[in-house]
Ligand binder design. Structure first.
Ligand code: GLU
Length: 288
């Protein structure tokens, strides 16, 4: 049996909090118990928000927690050529198109259509049809230097792949269950933007395959995105890892911990005198 391969894939756009500790400690425990490997991947494609200082802080937090990982660490910003070639393969299938609508355009279009559905993350589904603009007009606007997002034609993609699903492993029981993918709930997701050849979904799928990840263990907030990941894997001929989406830690108000609401960072807890053992206890509480 090949050794299982796990990964922790933080984005260096802020400090780690207890929710991240939960993910990385669960990955580390499962890797240890299964005789597997643990890889670290820095998901720094968002050049506006990612900072080397945050990456350094992440490495410091992980070392303080007593974790170890294989080197070299894969840093997504150093591998844009890999994402470009995956994007080119999807484009060759006729599944990629540039769209020019701003966030404001999308907001206004949706406001004019009461009841317009949202995607599983709560953002409005992209409300413009690919057929509403000719390919020639799209090409003209790209050539004119307009900003754009490259989108996946999800209906056509799903017509090509047929129904998909994945094996969801319960980390406590060790049992797996088939989950049916529902990619149409996401609409025409963004694969890349002008000047940056990838967005989250494409990079994560390409990297999980390139790094030979056999077990993806991450928070339940990313479970719905797995439907998009399965479509991209099927289109690109990439294997599907096993998935575990663990429950999220909530704060006293019942909100999931997040950088955006200023959840207390591991660095702040550490400065307050918390020990790595206490972080482990709080992070893994109720998980297994
Ligand atoms: N980079 C993502 C995040 O920090 C995690 C990606 C993943 O685990 O698939 O939320």
């Amino acid at each position: 049996m090949p050794r299982p391969v796990f990964r922790f894939a933080p984005s260096p756009n802020g400090l780690l909090h207890l929710g991240h500790a939960r993910s990385v400690l669960l990955n580390a425990a499962l890797a240890r118990e299964g005789g597997g490997r643990l890889l670290l991947r820095i998901e720094d494609i968002d050049v506006e928000r990612c900072r080397p200082a945050f990456e350094a802080a992440i490495l410091e937090d992980l070392a303080w927690l007593g974790l170890d990982w294989e080197r070299p660490v894969r840093r997504q910003s150093e591998h844009f050529a890999d994402y470009e070639s995956a994007l080119a393969r999807l484009d060759a299938l006729g599944l990629v198109y540039p769209s020019f609508e701003s966030r404001g355009d999308i907001r206004r279009a949706v406001a004019a259509r009461p009841g317009w559905p949202g995607d599983p993350d709560g953002a409005p589904l992209f409300p413009f049809a690919r057929e509403a603009m000719s390919e020639a007009e799209r090409a003209r606007r790209v050539a004119a230097g307009e900003p754009y997002a490259l989108r996946l034609d999800m209906a056509q993609a799903v017509a090509l792949t047929g129904p998909l699903g994945w094996q969801e492993v319960d980390a406590a029981a060790g049992t797996a269950q088939h989950v049916a993918a529902e990619p149409l709930a996401w609409g025409d997701v963004i694969l890349a933007r002008k000047g940056v050849p990838t967005a989250y979904h494409l990079a994560v799928v390409v990297d999980d395959a390139l790094q030979g990840i056999s077990h993806v263990v991450r928070g339940a907030d990313l479970k719905a995105a797995t439907s998009v990941h399965r479509v991209l894997q099927a289109l690109l001929g990439l294997p599907a890892p096993l998935y575990t989406h663990h429950s999220l830690l909530l704060d006293a108000e019942g909100r999931k911990l997040s950088k955006s609401i200023g959840s207390q960072s591991l660095a702040a807890l550490r400065a307050g005198g918390i020990t790595p053992d206490e972080v482990r206890r709080r992070a893994l509480e109720g998980l297994r």
